[in-house]
Design a protein around this ligand. Structure first.
Ligand code: FIX
Ligand code: ZN
Length: 434
């Protein structure tokens, strides 16, 4: 069974939409359609409210985001040890003072905070956080989530769910009520990258696995994945991989990948998301902010897509230097879907470069962005940045098309924007699993 590619819809026929646009109309129509099309945010670290304190939101969480912590240590004499000894509120105040009072918030992440405050009509230039904190304290989470999703223009957020995280696992084992705006993704880092430290957790749950992944281990991991599929109804399985990742190679991780993960994905009709290129904890004292990037050998992708043609691979690569190769591999393998400008790439200048190249090489057959939001309100600025960056890129593509001899219609633009931010995801991921 060839992976289901998005159905090529013939342009809707409503007369207005079919009218050919003049070149001067293109930009405003692109902006309007981008603003009005609700986006499916395919990768976040957000949680539905039923996960309690795992669901991060509010001003203190926004300011202690690891992107801002990394910037804080460059603009403050506070050591990581001193910072992590502070309370969350004290950490937030310290970051506000250093990056928003003693310096101008011109970086992408600091501008993001300003954009969130503005979205709620809050002052952005105060010396302290009293007003902002008072505002967030008066919000009821369910209504706040709705308001934030509306402000961000997203209809659904895909979470990152770790079945081996004790706190999260107990929530799932107690039963997680469905939430219309949150779907799960089954994250496999602990199994695929840290088997030695985690196989006993599966063994303690009754799965016949061992440290060498011998005997029944692969089949038992498949049983583990099926059990968690029934609990989470994930839309895909996912793992982030180091820059040193290579396939094929004689590793326990690769054996689990080939004998357990990929067969389960095929059977459950789920894509596998590979996020490649992290150099974990190059500076452990910064904790979550301590990870970095490395260029990966993407021949692994070539080998995986060719060796497992029945599997679908959702791929995001962290290194700027890997982006062109990823586009070329996507032209070679229709079971590969590039997505997102991940993490250190999620900066307008780089998003622009990557997205231009992808449109030139892949048309609308990719997923331009995901937010990777860890704190609820971050989706507001991350998606307004994305819309602001993509509008001129899309408009330019249509202007070039018109120059080359074919006028564009509103329906064309709507179809492409819908494909980029919705139907590529919908046809690749298993949203019907619940
Ligand atoms: O592996 C991942 O999903 C990464 O996105 C995170 O680990 C990372 O810390 C992050 O928040 C990036 O934006
Ligand atoms: Zn992430």
């Amino acid at each position: 069974m060839k992976p289901a590619l998005p159905k090529q819809g013939s342009p809707p026929t409503d007369s207005i939409g079919a009218e050919k646009l003049d070149v001067v109309q293109i930009s405003p129509v692109v902006e309007e359609i981008l603003a009005a099309t609700p986006i499916i945010d395919i990768h976040t670290h957000l949680f539905a409210p039923s996960f309690g304190k795992l669901a991060l939101w509010g001003i203190d969480e926004l300011l202690t985001y690891h992107y801002l912590e990394a910037e804080f240590f460059r603009s403050s004499h506070t050591s990581p040890e001193q910072y992590f000894a502070l309370s969350k509120t004290q950490q937030a105040e310290a970051i506000w003072r250093a990056l928003f009072v003693e310096n101008t918030p011109i970086s992408e992440s600091t501008r993001g905070i300003v954009a969130v405050l503005k979205a709620f009509g809050l002052p952005t230039d105060r010396l302290n956080l009293a007003e902002a904190r008072a505002f967030f304290q008066t919000q009821s989470l369910d209504a706040h989530i709705q308001r934030v999703f509306d402000l961000a223009g997203i209809s659904l957020a895909v979470m990152t769910n770790d079945p081996l995280d004790p706190e999260e696992a107990s929530a799932w084992l107690n039963g997680v009520p469905e939430h219309p705006q949150f779907r799960a993704a089954l994250r496999l880092d602990k199994i695929l990258k840290h088997w030695a430290a985690n196989w006993q957790v599966l063994a303690a749950q009754g799965y016949q696995v061992d440290a060498q992944v011998s005997g029944e281990s692969a089949a038992e991991v498949r049983r583990f994945l099926f059990d968690w599929y029934k609990r989470m109804r994930p839309v895909y399985m996912a793992v982030s991989l180091p820059d040193t990742f290579f396939f094929p190679a004689e590793t326990l991780g690769n054996r689990l990948l080939a004998e357990a993960i990929l067969p389960s994905c095929r059977e459950l009709n789920l894509p596998l998301s590979l996020m490649i290129g992290v150099r974990l904890q190059v500076n452990p004292s910064l904790r979550l902010a301590g990870d970095a990037v490395g260029r990966a050998d993407l021949r692994s992708l070539e080998n995986l897509c060719r060796t497992f043609p029945q599997n679908r691979f959702l791929v995001s690569v962290l290194s700027r230097e890997n982006q062109h190769e990823l586009c070329v591999y996507a032209r070679k393998f229709s079971n590969l879907m590039p997505f997102g400008c991940w993490w250190f790439l999620n900066n307008p200048s780089i998003v622009e470069e990557i997205t231009r190249e992808r449109i030139e090489m892949l048309g609308a057959s990719f997923i331009p962005q995901h937010s990777d939001a860890r704190v609820l309100e971050q989706v507001i600025y991350k998606w307004s940045n994305t819309r602001r960056t993509l509008a001129p890129i899309l408009a330019n593509a249509y202007r070039l098309l018109a120059e080359d001899g074919r006028s564009v219609t509103r329906n064309d633009i709507q179809r492409d924007v819908t494909r980029l931010f919705r139907s590529n995801a919908e046809s690749w991921m298993n949203f019907n699993g619940r």
